[in-house]
Design a protein around this ligand. Structure first.
Ligand code: ARG
Length: 610
């Protein structure tokens, strides 16, 4: 597990050293090194630096070039010509108004990639100082269907968990499910009076999460919800009993809790079935819903009031903010406790913050939640900060945009209802299965029905996840299955086929083994692919720091595109001499491993054959 410095990092260091040798006062300047089409790298930092020092940028750049050549020469005279560091730079020149154009040697590219290939982590380092992150994601609501909003939170959260854990961060997952509140009075009371309502008569009888029983659980809950609602709306006495039931629930009456647990348990069967279909691992111990904080709420209220963070206003306990006002110009408070003594969503979130920072020791709190809840989190974070429970800047909402239908409006069924997640996933898998079947027939790949179904699921679910993760989180996106399962363009299917194609080449290679040959000159497409492969670690570091999985998706798409060009221009098994065949197989294999690792971090499978 050795971290491998990238060529970009090595070149950067060279330029920094040369800069400070040429110009001691520039020792801390950033050379602003970038990948470039003209050379391999370009450094633009001389321009700003020359301006600051009132010098000429071209002259400054020329001095840096001189210093770099000198150090290379000195090293050579000292007999260190073979030193990897010095062999890295193949050419450096001043261009334009004072840019440095830098080319690295083919040998350095291959040698660096060989070092990555020798490491099971592909040379990707762990974070220097990992911390503890508590991430709140995938928080569906009990007794309700999951919809596309829950899809986003689940898929984005799962990717971020994987990306952070890969860096060595300690990650605590929290699924803050909606399992508390007044509607439970109605549901529990109804169930008390109609105890057979949730009986498992239908289903496949296995009691296993997944498949029919998940669907059956949801339809039982739907029925319970509808029937209890109807009674609640038509029968005043039932309504009163339902209200009493909420009080019993919140004060911990054991019998009431038992019925409540039945309802939550039924929902968990359903959630797990959806998670299984989504190929996301959700562990029961991490499901810590709103109810879990019930016992802390009184204390939260007491402390906020004692510290003067919250004040009584019209009977309710409120927190006010200078910059939060309604359309009428009046301040809109965060209500921590309602005038009837009840607690809501805000109180629970405040208690959760105390728990996550105080008990779980989080230094970062993330909330993967719909952007439409931004004001809620802004107020909750600010309240917790005022109360001294949350260090400034420690909490962050990763706010995601809305999923839209093809008409550009929030995704709804034709009847105007929210689209059920299960229906949507089912359709994606169905379409993907058709694509897999057709491609297999065209390519003469003989797959059993079982294999087709398995791959159809991996491709279909991958397509849905990738479409979500490849768009910048805060943006809305259109749910368009035709585009998602397309073989061309920026889709997971394209990436999965690139991976499978490489595996097929590796299988056909027979006795030829992948092996790096740094002595070989590289074709332009090999260099481009190689330099891109070398950027994997830095891409991941950036993605983990800014929580932007779409940048990993973009990297992988570019990787597959570079690979396609390489494949078109550079025959692999028919390359001629043995060394070239081996070196190209080596590039193929490293590309496959990088694709596989990157896709896995997004929660997407890469089948070996497609
Ligand atoms: N259950 C909520 C919903 O479906 C999301 C919960 C978000 N997390 C939180 N800590 N408030 O909208």
């Amino acid at each position: 597990m050795a971290s491998v410095p990238s060529l970009a990092a090595t070149v950067h260091q060279r330029v920094v050293d040369a800069l400070s040798a040429a110009l001691p006062e520039a020792a801390s300047a950033d050379p602003l090194l970038r990948r470039s089409d003209r050379a391999d790298f370009q450094a633009n930092g001389m321009l700003a630096l020359a301006k600051k020092l009132k010098g000429n940028p071209r002259e400054l750049a020329a001095k840096v070039v001189g210093a770099m050549r000198e150090s290379a020469g000195a090293a050579q005279n000292a007999g260190a010509a073979g030193d990897a560091g010095n062999a890295v730079i193949a050419g450096i020149e001043v261009s334009g108004p004072g840019f440095l154009n830098i080319t690295v040697s083919d040998a350095a590219i291959t040698a660096t990639l060989a070092a990555r290939a020798a490491d099971e982590r592909l040379g990707v380092p762990y974070a220097a100082e990992p911390g503890t992150t508590v991430i709140d994601y995938s928080q569906p609501n009990v007794a309700k269907e999951m919809h596309v909003g829950h899809l986003r939170s689940t898929v984005i959260g799962d990717a971020i968990v994987k990306i952070l854990e890969h860096r060595g961060e300690k990650v605590v997952r929290r699924h803050h499910i909606g399992d508390w509140g007044t509607q439970f009075g109605m549901l529990i009371q109804y169930l008390e009076e109609h105890p057979h309502e949730l009986d498992h008569s239908g289903g496949d009888g296995s009691g296993e999460p997944g498949g029919e029983s998940g669907e059956a659980a949801m339809s039982r809950l739907n029925r319970l919800y509808k029937d209890s609602r109807a009674l609640f709306d038509s029968d005043e006495e039932f309504k009163a009993r339902a209200r009493d039931r909420v009080v019993k629930l919140q004060s911990g009456d054991e019998r009431t809790l038992e019925t409540w647990r039945r309802i939550v348990g039924e929902s968990m069967i359903y959630f797990h079935a959806v998670y299984e279909q989504l190929d996301v691992e959700i562990r029961d111990a991490d499901v810590v819903g709103e109810s879990a904080y019930n016992d802390d709420l009184q204390q939260v209220v007491k402390d906020l009031e004692a510290d003067g963070v919250a004040v009584r206003s019209e009977g309710a306990l409120c927190v006010f903010f200078d910059d939060v006002k309604g359309p009428d110009g009046k301040p809109v408070p965060l209500i921590v406790q309602k005038s009837n003594g009840g607690f809501g969503y805000a109180a629970t979130d405040l208690a959760a913050i105390r728990d996550r920072v105080g008990r779980l020791g989080a230094d970062t709190l993330l909330y993967v939640v719909d952007a439409r809840q931004a004001l809620h989190f802004k107020m909750v974070f600010e309240t917790a900060r005022r109360a001294g429970w949350l260090p400034e800047g420690a909490a962050r909402q990763l706010a995601f945009g809305t999923v839209l239908g093809k008409d550009g409006k929030p995704f709804k069924t034709r009847e105007g209802e929210t689209v059920r997640l299960v229906d949507l996933l089912g359709e994606a898998v169905e379409r993907a299965t058709a694509v897999v079947r057709e491609k297999a027939e065209q390519g003469g790949l003989e797959l059993t029905e079982e294999e087709i179904a398995e791959r159809g699921a991996q491709v279909g679910i991958g397509a849905v996840k990738y479409a979500d993760l490849s768009t910048s989180m805060s943006r809305d996106y259109v749910f368009d299955l035709d585009r998602m399962v397309s073989l061309n363009g920026d889709t997971s299917v394209y990436l999965q086929y690139a991976y499978a194609r490489i595996q097929s080449i590796l299988r056909k290679a027979g006795d030829a083994r992948p092996a790096a040959h740094p002595e070989l000159a590289l074709a332009p497409a090999e260099r481009a692919l190689g330099l891109h492969l070398d950027e994997f670690a830095e891409t991941l570091a950036g993605v983990a720091e800014t929580y932007e999985p779409h940048k990993l998706a973009a990297y992988l798409y570019q990787l597959a595109s570079h690979y396609t060009t390489f494949y078109d221009q550079c025959p692999v098994l028919k390359a001629g001499d043995e060394a070239t065949v081996e070196n190209r197989l080596f590039l193929c294999e490293l590309t496959a491993r990088t694709l596989r690792q990157g896709m896995a971090l997004l929660g997407i499978r890469t089948p070996e054959r497609l």
